[in-house]
Design a protein around this ligand. Structure first.
Ligand SMILES: Cc1cc2nc3c(=O)[nH]c(=O)nc-3n(C[C@H](O)[C@H](O)[C@H](O)COP(=O)(O)OP(=O)(O)OC[C@H]3O[C@@H](n4cnc5c(N)ncnc54)[C@H](O)[C@@H]3O)c2cc1C
Length: 407
């Protein structure tokens, strides 16, 4: 087990807590171990008008190197409760998991118990709490299809609320919870008591626990062509959950879309994951936020005019009408940014500007912007901006970053 931080280091930096290992010092870091402590910490920060950031695995965040003047809260509760069998004779099971539980530990547990529903989401870094904010998805599955409800602390109402699946407005990497993060500030009171409530960089709803409905089954459905190919079966085949999980983890390993286990040697990560894979040398392809851009959805007219040759799938436009979804990775690659791409370093990095920047595309995955060691927020943002401009020039599409960007 990693040692606990020394008494002299009272707070971590975001670089200690995020998978891309970038981000400045934090004023106050709290690790509550009970539900009451989580709520009390959030309530205190909100009452004082202090900036608040709830952090899970730090795997979907890109944070500035400047000091964060506020409170960062990492819920340390990782309980899992099989609460009851679902009504009727479906054989389904209802499971509640604490927000602080490590996502992949939870997936591994469901697979070992013979609960079908999230096996395709194996290997995604992060926490149970954040998984519903972002509606994580991969290999033909989305967490939304197994979620029954979310228990959350409503920072506006000052109360615990239960939000059912139908009110969570799950969409592609989206939920009603995520939408509240970007709500315009609400002004409360007048005169000296006047206070602007602003939730960002976390939602109005702090997830405390998530309730799932799983099918009791040792088998799952192979939901995506790439996964089917790896398993040597047809898409739609029923296979052992353990085989599906193993195949997903091995595909992810070839793309370095797993977290780098060396991060758990950092004392500030202690107690956040039960099953830590053996760590070798640091792997910079894994120092990322996963996919940096969301796959865009455009109108059929836009696709016809500009996306000749690009992958095209049915999608939904922001106004709810049908559109065409395409691959951000394909656009980036075809706009000239290939695997391993790095911009020249700025003068601060290298006296003559000849050294490449410390931020670059993963050498095995076009969609992962990575920290090659010592990268700053500006290095990554410069790379992201350059890619956005290139894709916009070539395809008239402004790529939208997937991680939460905290400046
Ligand atoms: C290598 C790699 C591979 C990835 N692959 C995938 C993938 O295949 N599919 C996919 O969808 N994503 C993927 N991701 C992105 C990321 O893992 C997910 O978005 C994950 O759910 C983030 O969880 P987290 O706990 O790390 O969130 P954090 O980065 O800690 O937080 C992200 C946001 O959620 C908020 N949040 C965190 N906890 C709570 C809570 N309890 N209540 C309310 N808000 C909260 C934070 O305030 C922040 O706004 C990948 C990332 C990496 C690094």
């Amino acid at each position: 087990m990693p040692a606990t931080p020394s008494a002299f280091e009272t707070t971590p930096t975001f670089a200690d807590l995020t998978t891309i290992r970038i981000g400045g010092p934090i004023d106050e870091f709290v690790r509550p171990e009970t539900r009451d402590e989580v709520i009390d910490t959030v309530r205190r920060a909100d009452a004082q008008g202090t900036r608040l950031c709830i952090i899970g695995g730090g795997s979907n965040m890109l944070v500035s190197d400047a000091p964060f003047h506020g409170v960062v809260v990492r819920d340390m509760r990782d309980g899992i409760r099989v609460s009851r069998s679902a009504p009727g004779d479906s054989g389904d099971v209802i499971v509640e998991a604490d927000a602080g539980a490590n996502w992949d530990d939870f997936v591994a547990w469901t697979v070992s118990e013979g609960y079908e529903g999230i096996e395709g989401l194996s290997g995604i870094p992060g926490s149970v709490g954040a998984s519903v904010v972002q509606n994580i998805g991969a290999y033909g599955q989305e967490v939304a299809s197994s979620v029954l409800s979310v228990t959350a602390w409503d920072r506006q109402a000052g109360a615990i609320v239960e939000i059912g699946h139908d009110n969570l407005a799950f969409g592609y990497r989206f939920s009603a919870l995520k939408a509240t993060m970007y709500e315009t500030p609400e002004v409360q009171g007048t005169g000296e008591g006047r206070r602007e409530t602003r939730w960002f960089p976390s939602p109005r709803y702090v997830v405390l626990a998530v309730t799932y409905r799983f099918r009791r089954s040792r088998q799952g459905t192979v939901g995506m062509g790439q996964l089917a190919k790896a398993l040597g079966v047809e898409k739609g085949t029923r296979m052992d959950l353990t085989d599906i999980r193993a195949a997903v983890l091995s595909i992810r390993a070839t793309k370095d879309m797993l977290e780098d286990p060396t991060r758990y040697a950092n004392p500030w990560m202690a107690g956040t994951k039960r099953e830590i894979p053996e760590a070798g040398e640091p792997n910079h392809n894994r120092w990322s936020c996963g996919s940096f851009f969301i796959n865009p959805v455009v109108t059929a007219e836009h696709a016809r005019r500009y996306l000749d040759g690009a992958p095209q799938y049915p999608g939904v436009l922001p106004d709810g009408t049908p559109g065409v979804k395409t691959s951000a990775a394909w656009l980036i690659d075809h706009a000239g940014f290939h695997k391993g791409f790095r911009l020249p370093g700025v003068a601060a990095d290298s006296a003559d500007g000849a050294e490449p920047s410390s931020a670059g595309l993963s050498t095995v995955h076009t969609l992962a912007l990575t920290n090659r060691g010592g990268a700053t927020f500006d290095d990554v943002w410069r790379l992201a901006s350059c890619i956005r401009r290139g894709v916009d020039d070539a395809y008239h599409i402004d790529l939208v970053p997937e991680p939460v960007v905290i400046r």
